[in-house]
Design a protein around this ligand. Structure first.
Ligand code: ADP
Ligand code: MG
Length: 321
């Protein structure tokens, strides 16, 4: 590696990760040995998720390193949230074009800010030279009866979503159009909020859950296929932020909400009898939830607007299409 060597970089990372590893009390060995040694709680299942961010594919190349650090962890914590798990540890594989210590420091500013919020200890990783790519693996715990699976939706369930939809896709759309990107939308693209507390609160209450990364229609479709059911979605009921309403007309906004990716909200299903409990759980978790449709027997996801079928020219984001 040119610039700082691999071991200089690892030393910096280790120094900054040490406090949380110490504070958690379940990291026997963190960064520095051949592998991490971790203490598992007695009464929980281990939940593991991994996600890679490649420059130019998952974030615009000019994204600042602190935001890349935040997002690399956020998308992984979002997967744990969608399982109803509480996060504990992370590993970080960095591929860097050069050994740029300032870049790594800035990256860690974002990564560790979010890690601290969720008491996640960085316990290991790998540092290599190559095109900019960040792969994070997270580990968390969930009680067996609180796992939120994709295949657990039932006919008659309500479909819910947290927060607002379409903001990140709105930012990308403005960015691609060469216009200025609205600050509030840009923040949702660069620093998504993983709904960890909501996922925890929904365990044992909701049936199925997924985090919205590819776009609501696509992700709800994944739930339906896994559960062998269908869904009807009320497009007019999809929650939108003020910033999105101001920046896009109704039709463009709907397309962004229904099919734009990178929201990292939770979409989940639950019995209608649980409506009050769900609203209370969400309030406790500090996030709004909206009822946006229902699970039906007929396969497929049907989007409705004013009672009529609604279609958009955009589809969920798929790699290797
Ligand atoms: P090895 O050759 O045994 O794989 P490395 O030199 O790759 O060891 O890593 C040394 C230590 O530093 C290990 O504990 C590893 O987990 C940790 N490490 C390496 N890169 C990172 C990184 N990007 N983030 C966190 N820990 C890292
Ligand atoms: Mg290694």
């Amino acid at each position: 590696m040119s610039g700082a060597g691999e071991f200089d970089l690892i030393t910096r990372i280790r120094a900054r990760a040490a406090a949380m590893a110490e504070a958690r009390g379940d990291v026997e060995l963190g960064i520095g040995d051949d592998a991490a040694v971790l203490r598992l709680p007695a009464e929980a299942l281990l939940v593991v998720a991994t996600d890679t961010l490649n420059a130019g594919v998952h974030f615009p190349v000019e994204t600042v390193p602190a935001d890349i650090g935040w997002k690399a962890l956020a998308v992984n914590l979002s997967d744990l949230a969608a399982m109803g798990a509480r996060p504990a540890w992370a590993t970080l594989s960095l591929s860097l074009p050069q050994g740029d210590a300032a870049w790594v420091d800035a990256f860690l500013d974002g990564f560790l800010a979010l890690a601290d919020q969720h008491r996640v200890a960085l316990v290991g990783g790998d540092t290599t030279r190559g095109p900019l790519s960040v792969c994070v693996t997270v580990h968390g715990f969930v009680e067996a009866e609180r796992v939120l699976r994709r295949d657990a939706a039932r006919v008659g369930d309500d479909v819910w979503v947290s927060g607002t939809l379409g903001d990140a896709a709105g930012a990308l759309s403005q960015w691609r159009g060469g216009e200025g990107v609205e600050t509030a939308l840009r923040a949702r693209l660069d620093r998504p909020t993983p709904r960890v507390a909501l996922g925890r609160a929904l365990g044992g209450l909701a049936h199925a859950a997924i985090d919205v990364s590819d776009g609501l229609l696509a992700d709800l479709g994944h739930v339906c296929v896994a559960s062998d059911v269908g869904a009807e979605l009320e497009v007019d009921a999809l929650p939108a932020s003020e910033a999105l309403r101001e920046a896009f007309d109704a039709e463009a906004r709907r397309a962004l909400q229904a099919t734009g990716g990178d929201d990292y909200e939770l979409c989940f299903t639950a019995l209608p009898a649980q409506r009050d409990a769900i609203v209370a759980a969400a309030r406790e978790a500090g996030v709004d939830v909206h009822r946006i449709g229902r699970i039906v027997e007929r396969r497929g996801v049907v989007a409705l607007s004013g009672g009529q079928p609604w279609t958009s020219s955009r589809a969920g984001y798929t790699h290797f299409r």
